[in-house]
Design a binder for this molecule. Structure first.
Ligand SMILES: [Zn+2]
Length: 148
């Protein structure tokens, strides 16, 4: 990923973080995914007073892309208001991992703190073995080249 794409993705994650709906914790998180054709989609966390009903920024960003017909991603950026980078939660690692099976490749994970500290990893490094659609032999081909 080149420097322009990286900073564009992080900027989008920071912009969408401002729209986070976080009345319960007051802890906003932003994310943005880079689709294989270069388009970017942002997401933010939303919370509910009902336990477990909220959605993380990472899954929000992926869902935003899916709504627009994009299923294959090269990278996802995650930002928060904490000085140091945060990593996706276990549910998001599962979700990102499933989409890495759709793309049949690794997905870079860029974690950026409010300080600007950038930590680069990938879904295969953070969660090298997940159960996903490939384990069930599901046909993912219809999702590999669609764009809405
Ligand atoms: Zn999560």
């Amino acid at each position: 990923m080149d420097a322009d794409a990286l900073s564009g993705l992080v900027d989008l994650a920071r912009r969408t973080m401002k729209n986070a709906y976080v009345p319960v914790t007051g802890f906003p998180v932003g994310a943005a995914v880079l689709s294989k054709n270069g388009q970017m989609f942002g997401g933010c966390n939303t919370q509910s007073v009902i336990s477990g009903m909220g959605v993380c920024a990472e899954r929000s960003a992926i869902d935003h892309a899916v709504v627009n017909g994009h299923y294959c991603f090269d990278a996802i950026a995650v930002v928060s208001t904490l000085e140091e980078p945060i990593a996706p939660c276990g549910m998001c690692l599962q979700y990102i991992g499933e989409f890495s099976q759709v793309a049949d490749g690794d997905i870079e994970i860029l974690m950026v703190g409010a300080s600007g500290h950038l930590e680069r990893s990938s879904i295969r490094k953070l969660s090298h073995r997940i159960f996903g659609p490939s384990d069930l032999g599901l046909d993912l081909a219809p999702y590999r080249h669609r764009h809405g």
